[in-house]
Design a protein around this ligand. Sequence first.
Ligand SMILES: [Ca+2]
Ligand SMILES: [Ca+2]
Length: 446
Amino acid sequence: MRLLEMNPSRTLLTALAFATQLLPGRIISPDGSAYTNVTANSVLRSEYDVENLFDQYLTVNQDPGSGNDSGRAWATNASVSTPIVSFELDAVYDVDALAYAQRQYLDYNENDKCTSVNIWVSETTPFSSASAPATTPQVSNLLLQTDVTDLFKLYRFPSSVRGRYFLLEFNRGPSAGGIGGGTELRLVTSLPDEVSGTPEVISPDGSLYTNLQANSSLNAQYGVENLFDQELTVGDDATSGTSDSGSAWAIAESDGEEGWVSFELDRSYQITALHYAQRQFSFYNFDDKARTLEIWSSSNVPITEQPSRAADRTLTLNENSTDLYLEYTLDSPITGRYFFLRFSTPNPDGHLGGAELRLVGYPAALVGAPRISSVHKGDDAIDLELDVPYPGLYRVQFTHDLSSPSWTDLHDDDVEAQFPIINLQDTLSDNLNPVGGKVFYRIQSR
Ligand SMILES: [Ca+2]
Ligand SMILES: [Ca+2]
């Protein structure tokens, strides 16, 4: 847990956080005010002005809004296939990444996306947005996600660039319909290297998976401990012969279409993937397969019943591969020591379960702990900057009294971060002008 105390009346900040060696990433000017002399090669109408790229305070992966993006996004004339924007910053920066939200217009959703961007950078000379320079861009053909609606996504450069003046030329493809532009744009500096090395199987022999619980077992031959009793390599056939009795976990038929397993590890890990082998029983082979696996994790609280929140990650399992031991990669990593896994299938007729299971990842200690790095009180909001050591889900909470703290979630949902910085705004009036003059924040990984 990391705490940071703030006394707005004296603008006094008292960090109770532990020091870390992290070099935190920074969105340059989260509120957009440091981006000046912003021009574009085309503007569709006044409500689609290019200044709209710099008018909203977002954190990475945040959705800037729903509905028509008029007044929120920059858009060019429909005939423009390469939207260009240029601007200058308040100083020279080493820039490691682009944070960018696509347009999202109601009717022409896919066609309004840009597919890539070229970036020119100068320390001394402004660019003209009328056309792209004839020189080679410092960042060439940086691919943009077109399947993410208008989420504010991070795009890391192959290597950092240094400058104060920037020109970005977006590409929409030769046959694109729709209208290009963007909803929000920032540059990112001091982005740490991603966790290096290869994630490893956590406890290949299964011994670190303890406090095993399951909703049921078919009989004593199908206990949940059978999920953690063989040392396999991905691609191995988990069982041979006609029966997996004694080597697989299976639920009682009365439990129908779902089974759950919970366990804990020896410490917190960042989980990137899961290895799992389905059951293979000779008579009811297909019916014994699970289709969906939902995963919940926690760094500090055992989970022995299904949480009320949506699953942290959901995987679709291979139902057609007998009981091969397969790797399933998570869309983005999750962190935890305690895990709850819910297996389900829509057409149950057998006893779903599994022959073998492992998690894959890194010890979380290797990648540090989250912390609150700065708090700034403005007239209408308190800006929080949070360093997070690895991609994943984080929960930010506040309280007004540390002597008997009752922590309140700052946001209803967890904050998802894909790189080590989160910028948040607290606009609650009770925190802007707190009774007793103090508000405390904390951040926890999920
Ligand atoms: Ca905007
Ligand atoms: Ca087994």
